[in-house]
Design a protein around this ligand. Structure first.
Ligand SMILES: C[S@@+](CC[C@H](N)C(=O)[O-])C[C@H]1O[C@@H](n2cnc3c(N)ncnc32)[C@H](O)[C@@H]1O
Length: 200
């Protein structure tokens, strides 16, 4: 399975690599989301636990079972319930017309996987459903504050417009912002922020 060993090793320490507080683009926009929520590349659970704490049911999918075990522990200590599924997103088939929202935070994938997955993500949203995505942009390549060192896995607004042709963007921007997420993401970073809706 793609990258599973790499991520299991990254998550093998007791500490949470990206911390236990949610991504701020997600927390700033939680009011736009409805359930059930599908969270792609959920990792160690900080975002799913936050979503659940807002009363939304959430399924966190990730290729790392070590990460998702930590996610379940985090949920238990926060007193919320989350669902998890160990899966390679290259072969993941979300149910059609099921989700009120899909969340993708730092879920960097090669374009070959995105080509297969993103049309399924569009289909998995209910009418009126929302996609919320933050990822490092191509401008992050020269920075050492986090993110993959492969331009194919980094995003731009233009890539997102092309890859989600059936969603209507509400917010689409490339900005630089200070990111402070555990020891994994730290410092000024170039990111793409995207919120789009499946029109009724
Ligand atoms: C940078 S971490 C982000 C984790 C989480 N979204 C967060 O913000 O804390 C990237 C995550 O993508 C997952 N991942 C990478 N490739 C994957 C794939 N092909 N299928 C499923 N998960 C994958 C890794 O296991 C890791 O948890």
């Amino acid at each position: 399975m793609y990258d599973q060993k790499f991520w299991n090793e990254r998550y093998s320490a007791n500490e949470y690599l990206y911390g236990i507080t949610p991504n701020t683009f997600l927390s700033d926009n939680i009011g736009l989301l409805s359930g059930p929520v599908l969270s792609l590349s959920e990792g160690e659970g900080r975002n799913a636990v936050f979503i659940a704490s807002h009363g939304l049911s959430v399924l966190g999918v990730d290729c790392s079972e070590v990460g998702l075990e930590k996610a379940k522990s985090l949920a238990e200590s926060a007193g919320v319930v989350i669902e998890t599924e160990v899966a390679d997103l290259a072969d993941f088939h979300p149910e059609e017309n099921k989700y009120g929202s899909v969340v993708s935070i730092s879920a960097h994938l090669p374009s070959a996987i995105r080509r297969k997955l993103y049309p399924l993500v569009e289909k998995s949203l209910k009418q009126g459903g929302t996609l919320l995505l933050e990822a490092y942009s191509e401008n992050q390549l020269s920075k050492d504050t986090g993110g993959p060192k492969d331009v194919d896995m980094l995003m731009t607004v233009s890539k997102l417009h092309q890859e989600f042709p059936n969603l209507k963007p509400i917010l689409a921007r490339e900005i630089e912002r200070e990111v402070s997420e555990g020891e994994g993401h730290t410092g000024m970073a170039a990111v793409v922020q995207y919120i789009a809706r499946k029109e009724a």
